[in-house]
Write a protein that binds this ligand. Structure first.
Ligand code: SF4
Length: 367
C-alpha cells in the first residue's frame, strides 16, 4: 500500500479516485501516517517577485499579457524587498518561501543574477527556498542549486491530452524537459496541477500518471483549485467542489506516498471543515498570506487559528531534506552560458484563448 510506484495506470488511479469516500479517506490517511506526521503541516509563503506581462497563453492565468484582466504588473523586486518579506513570513510561521516570476523562461543576465542573490539571502535565513521562473536550462538549474535553492516548481497543470486545450505556446514535453534539468542537480522538484479547468476526471488521473512516472517522484505536489479570474479564457468555469478537492488530495497521497501534498490555490472558497478533511486525506502543506501570486488567499492569522483548532503544528524547515549550502557569487564554479531553453512552440489555436485575447483588444479600442 505504501510503496512508491512509477507504473500506475490511469484506470488504477481512477478506481482509487472513485472509491466510496469513507474508504478513500481511510486508505489515504493510513498511507499518510506511514510517511508523515499527521499533525504537522508546512506553511509556505508564495511571493510574486515579478508580476504580469508574461508572453505565454496559459488559459487560467491573469499574468498572461494577452488577456485583459485588472492585474497590476510590477518589475522584478529588489533583494532587500524580498528579504523583508521573507523575514515577515518566517515570523508568522512559514518555513518555506516560493518566489514566482511571470517569465516564459529564465534569461541569463542581471535579473537572473538578482534572483540568485535572493536565493542566497533566503537560504541564509534558514528557510527552504523554492523558485518558479518558467523554463530553465541545465546550466541555470546548476546555478540555482549552487546558490542554495531547495526546490524548483514547474507544474504539469493537467493531463498531456488536456494540456493542449489550455496552453498553446508550449508543450507538455517542454515541462518535462525543465523538470529533467532540475533533476540533474540536487534541487528537489515541485510539480502539480490545477483542477476545475473544464477537464474530465480522466485528465486528473492522467496528470497523476505523468507525475508518478517521474523517477524519483516529485518531492512536492501542489494541488490547486482554479480561481477563475475575469478576463482569462477560463473566467466562466464553475468553482471546484470540495469533494473533488478531497478526492484529488487523497488520490495524490495514495499514489505518491512520500510527497509533500500542497493544498494550494482556491482555499478562500473552502470551509475549515473542508480543509480539515483535506489534511486528513494527506495534504501537508498550505500557502500562507493574503495573496497567492495574484489571487486571494486566507489571511495568515485565520490559518493559525485553524491550526490551533485542529491541533496542527507548522512544519520546521529542512525536515525532509537537509539544508543546501550557499556558494557566494564570487566563488561560483558556473558561468552564465547565455543559452535559451529549446521548446516545442506548438502554436495550435485554442478558441477560448483567442476569444479572451480579442476581448482585451476590444476594451483597449473602446477607451
Ligand atoms: S502561468 Fe506562468 S507561464 Fe503561464 S501565463 Fe502565467 S506567468 Fe506565464
Amino acid at each position: 500500500m505504501s510503496d512508491t510506484r512509477h507504473d500506475w495506470t490511469s484506470q488504477e488511479i481512477l478506481d482509487i479516485y472513485n472509491k466510496p469516500l469513507m474508504e478513500l479517506l481511510y486508505e489515504a490517511a493510513t498511507v499518510h501516517r506511514l510517511h508523515h506526521d499527521p499533525n504537522t503541516v508546512q506553511v509556505s509563503t508564495l511571493l510574486s517577485i515579478k508580476t504580469g506581462g508574461c508572453p505565454e497563453d496559459c488559459g487560467y492565468c491573469p499574468q498572461a499579457a494577452r488577456y485583459h484582466t485588472d492585474l497590476e504588473g510590477n518589475d522584478l523586486m529588489s533583494v532587500q524587498q524580498v528579504k523583508a518579506q521573507a523575514l515577515r513570513a518566517k515570523s508568522s510561521g512559514s518555513s518555506r518561501v516560493c518566489m514566482g516570476a511571470a517569465w516564459r523562461n529564465v534569461k541569463d543576465g542581471p535579473e537572473f543574477e538578482n534572483v540568485l542573490e535572493m536565493v542566497r539571502t533566503i537560504n541564509k535565513l534558514d528557510m527552504e527556498v523554492c523558485c518558479t521562473l518558467g523554463m530553465l536550462t541545465e546550466n541555470q538549474a546548476q546555478r540555482l542549486a549552487e546558490a542554495g535553492l531547495y526546490a524548483y516548481n514547474h507544474n504539469l497543470d493537467t493531463s498531456e491530452e488536456y494540456y493542449k486545450e489550455v496552453i498553446s505556446t508550449r508543450g507538455f514535453e517542454d515541462r518535462l524537459q525543465t523538470i529533467d534539468n532540475v533533476r540533474k542537480t540536487n534541487v528537489t522538484v515541485c510539480s502539480g496541477g490545477i483542477i476545475g479547468m473544464g477537464e474530465e476526471t480522466k485528465d486528473r488521473a492522467g496528470m497523476l500518471v505523468a507525475l508518478t512516472k517521474l523517477n524519483p517522484q516529485p518531492e512536492s505536489v501542489p494541488i490547486n483549485a482554479l480561481v477563475a479570474v475575469e478576463g482569462t479564457p477560463l473566467e466562466e468555469q464553475k468553482p471546484v467542489s470540495i469533494w473533488d478537492m478531497i478526492r484529488m488530495v487523497a488520490t495524490t497521497r495514495i499514489v505518491m506516498p512520500r510527497t509533500q501534498v500542497r493544498l494550494s490555490a482556491g482555499r478562500t472558497d473552502m470551509s475549515r471543515e473542508g480543509q480539515a478533511m483535506c489534511f486528513f486525506a494527506g495534504a501537508n502543506s498550505i500557502f500562507a498570506g493574503d495573496k497567492l501570486l495574484t489571487t486571494p488567499n486566507p489571511d495568515v492569522s485565520e490559518d493559525m487559528e485553524m491550526f490551533k483548532m485542529l491541533g496542527l503544528n507548522p512544519q520546521q524547515p529542512f525536515v525532509k531534506k537537509s539544508q543546501p549550502e550557499t556558494v557566494e557569487a564570487e566563488d561560483s564554479v558556473f558561468q552564465a552560458k547565455g543559452e535559451k531553453p529549446k521548446w516545442s512552440r506548438p502554436g495550435h489555436k485554442i478558441e477560448r484563448n483567442e476569444l479572451a485575447k480579442e476581448k482585451g483588444k476590444d476594451v483597449v479600442l473602446d477607451k
